[in-house]
Design a protein around this ligand. Structure first.
Ligand SMILES: CC(C)(COP(=O)(O)OP(=O)(O)OC[C@H]1O[C@@H](n2cnc3c(N)ncnc32)[C@H](O)[C@@H]1OP(=O)(O)O)[C@@H](O)C(=O)NCCC(=O)NCCS
Length: 153
């Protein structure tokens, strides 16, 4: 059975571990990713800060005490837009546990929380080549709104 719960404030290393897997997974879409970041001091501080911020939603999916997935969502302040936006800043399910509905459970729970908090739109950014994630978000009702571009200087 999968249990979705709020991430515990004193278990920052769970989030660092799960985020580390996402970064390693996503390196095929972005060679610029710092593979040591999630477990670094910087990563630790980043996750401690978000765990202590009541405006941020941070959920963990667990089965038999094994942490198998997580989602983080934070307000996205865009003063020039009318709607209150929540951004999914981070999400991942361990490779072995994918395609079992865990990602859907996490996103549904997170968006339920966001709606209760008065958010009107949810936003997420994905690598263009991460078709698995894009398909997943589209299935959850998201549609394409923008494209990010970058260049080497
Ligand atoms: C994107 C991601 C979070 C999705 O998580 P997930 O747990 O695999 O998601 P789900 O299982 O809910 O849905 C995935 C697929 O499984 C299928 N599925 C859902 N419930 C299922 C079930 N009970 N049994 C079998 N298949 C199921 C869905 O139909 C879906 O298929 P589709 O995308 O081909 O339509 C996961 O692939 C991941 O962690 N990717 C790597 C990290 C990453 O890229 N994160 C996003 C950064 S933007």
């Amino acid at each position: 059975m999968i249990n979705i719960r709020k991430a515990k404030k004193d278990k920052v290393e769970d989030l660092q571990e799960l985020n580390n897997e996402v970064i390693i997974d996503n390196q095929k879409y972005d060679f610029d990713l710092d593979l040591g970041w999630a477990k670094s001091n910087q990563g630790n501080k980043y996750f401690i800060k978000l765990l202590n911020d009541p405006k941020i939603c941070c959920l963990i999916a667990e089965t038999n005490k094994i942490k198998v997935g997580y989602i983080v969502a934070a307000p996205k302040i865009l003063a020039y837009r009318k709607s209150r936006l929540i951004e999914i800043t981070n999400m991942g399910v361990r490779a072995k546990y994918r395609s079992m509905g865990i990602g859907t459970m996490l996103i549904n729970e997170c968006l339920k929380w966001a709606k209760l908090q008065g958010f009107q739109k949810a936003y997420v950014n994905s690598y263009l080549d991460n078709q698995m994630a894009i398909k997943f978000y589209k299935r959850s009702g998201f549609s394409e709104i923008d494209v990010s571009l970058e260049k080497n200087l």
